[in-house]
Design a protein around this ligand. Structure first.
Ligand code: ZN
Length: 131
């Protein structure tokens, strides 16, 4: 069955896995960047090995544009383009990674606004995974 606005899921039987999900958005709080103090005030990483280096805001680790349906996961377990169905969120695809997204039981779900990401909060759900 197809719903408007939803991407299709692959053929085959998905695995059903308990995963702790959190929401994130492109903002500095969620993605660890702040604006440089030097004009033109470009976004730079706030911490980690890339601290102070320019950051492309809204671009995922796989190089796609982050949008609703973008999932951040540990790509050792869920490689880029793994399709997942998250109850209450919908169908998404692994296109990103996150600093504290480690292991098979953690994913981060993209929202367009920080308010929506906060509203999702943290939910432990049975996620359908096609891989
Ligand atoms: Zn945010």
């Amino acid at each position: 069955m197809l719903f408007a606005g939803c991407s299709t899921v692959p053929n085959g039987t998905p695995q059903s896995i308990w995963i702790e999900t959190t929401g994130y958005c492109p903002c500095g709080k969620c993605c660890g960047w702040h604006r440089s103090w030097i004009p033109p005030f470009r976004p730079v990483y706030s911490s980690g090995p890339l601290k102070g280096k320019p950051k492309k805001v809204g671009i995922t680790a796989s190089g796609t544009k982050a949008k609703k349906g973008t999932i951040a996961a540990d790509t050792h377990y869920y490689p880029f383009r793994t399709v997942m169905y998250i109850p209450g969120y919908g169908t998404g695809k692994v296109e990103d990674r996150g600093g504290d997204i480690k292991g098979p039981a953690r994913i981060d779900l993209f929202f367009n606004s920080h308010a929506d990401a906060l509203k999702w909060g943290r939910k432990r759900l049975r996620v359908q995974v096609w891989n």
